[in-house]
Ligand binder design. Structure first.
Ligand code: ADP
Ligand SMILES: CCCC(=O)OP(=O)(O)O
Length: 358
């Protein structure tokens, strides 16, 4: 059983990550970063399909990884209809909705599609997605916004938020389902979720103008000023979409989606870089406070994770704001690759039955 091979594929907004596992052991891991200039040559996420797939195959060839024996290709799943947490077989229904991007455009729409394309070329492999970004466990009261025209929806880093939640629970010898935790995933997008006994009862829509701003997203904007801009004649709908996703946040303020570059600038005394980095941290801290209220103050731990959790200045800023709530645990980077691979491994071992997307 230990020889069974799994390929995990994770297209993010600023990176493509690949991992190969043999049983539960990682035998290859690669994180390919994409600058905003590099991605700007594509007009849509679907246009990035060949680019990202070719990068994955080239990396595997360069590393002399023989993919013929892979039995499960697990991709990070995208913006299909809201679904429950779990592993889903990539079938025609799922592919059709990944191509359309029912809830919008995001690199993760390519996860299942590239996984399927690669699996089809292999003698003995099937493709899956696991805990896609549309996992929806929000309580009803959290769905109501201030106008019936706008329902709040759950789009977030479900895979990593749940994976680090489980990892934290195991350090306490507890089950994830026994705890109340807050997870802030700080990546190309930022999501802050309130996990109540294993269910994410509230979380900001990390993709579409809610919550903290992030390396490439605006987060919540003042609605009145935004409405005024829409009708000013100065911008098109496409411009506005880009201001919210792709060219918002650090890209808008500082011209880069690389939070590490801003960290170095801030350390070197660049005052604007420091202000913008602090502002991002401040907004994360406020969202964590809001989640604490959602959990009625009963919080077992606050987890900071994602690439930006490597930044100790930003982490310390958040800690100063919210350490009065609960202990803070930092998991820099993410457990997504392992989580994808282990979901595939559990399917191969017959421990879980993949769900069908309806
Ligand atoms: N060691 C590090 N120190 C500071 N920032 C980092 C580090 N590694 C990655 N980052 C930042 O994290 C962000 C990407 O996070 P990641 O979780 O990999 O994003 P995604 O998967 O959404 O593309 C980038 O802005 C990057 O600059
Ligand atoms: C679509 C929500 C998840 C998200 O924002 O992922 P990235 O940080 O990889 O863009």
């Amino acid at each position: 059983m230990e020889n069974r091979r799994i390929l995990a594929i994770n297209p993010g907004s600023t990176s493509t990550k690949i991992a190969v596992y043999q049983g539960d052991k990682s035998v290859f891991l690669k994180n390919i970063k994409h600058s905003n200039e590099e991605l700007a040559q594509f007009n849509s996420i679907s246009e990035q399909f060949e680019f990202r797939k070719d990068i994955i195959l080239k990396e595997l060839i360069d590393a002399e990884i023989l993919i013929d024996f892979i039995e499960a290709v697990v991709g990070r799943g995208g913006l299909v209809k809201p679904i429950e947490s779990g592993v889903y077989l990539v079938d025609e229904n799922l592919k059709a909705d990944l191509r359309v991007g029912v809830l919008g455009e995001h690199a993760s729409n390519l996860g299942g599609l590239i996984a399927d394309n690669i699996a089809q070329s292999l003698p003995n492999a099937k493709a899956y997605i696991a805990d896609p970004v549309v996992v929806d466990e929000m309580i009803d009261v959290a769905r109501v916004s201030g106008h019936p025209e706008f329902e709040r929806i759950s789009i977030f880093h479900a895979l990593n938020q749940k994976a680090v939640g489980r990892a934290f629970a195991s350090t306490l010898d507890k089950h994830y389902e026994d705890l109340n935790i807050i997870v802030a995933h700080l990546g190309g997008g930022i999501s802050v979720g309130a996990h109540s006994k294993g269910r994410v009862i509230d979380v900001n829509n990390a993709l579409d103008g809610e919550g903290p701003f992030s390396p490439e997203r605006s987060g919540t904007l003042p609605a009145g000023a935004l409405a005024k801009l829409c009708f000013s004649g100065k911008v098109t709908l496409d411009d506005l979409k880009k201001m919210i996703k792709g060219e918002g946040g650090l890209v808008a303020h500082m011209g880069t989606n690389d939070a590490y570059e801003i960290e170095l600038k801030a350390k070197a005394g660049d005052e604007k870089a420091k202000l913008i980095q602090d502002a991002m941290a401040y907004q994360v801290g406020k969202s964590i406070g809001a989640c604490a209220a959602s959990l009625k103050g009963k919080v077992d731990g606050i987890i900071l994770t994602g690439g930006i959790a490597h930044n100790t200045d930003l982490v310390n800023y958040v800690k100063e704001m919210v350490s009065f709530i609960a202990p803070i645990i930092v998991y820099p980077g993410e457990d997504e690759m392992k989580a994808l691979a282990m979901n595939g491994y559990m399917v191969l071992k017959g421990e879980i039955e993949p769900k069908r997307y309806v």
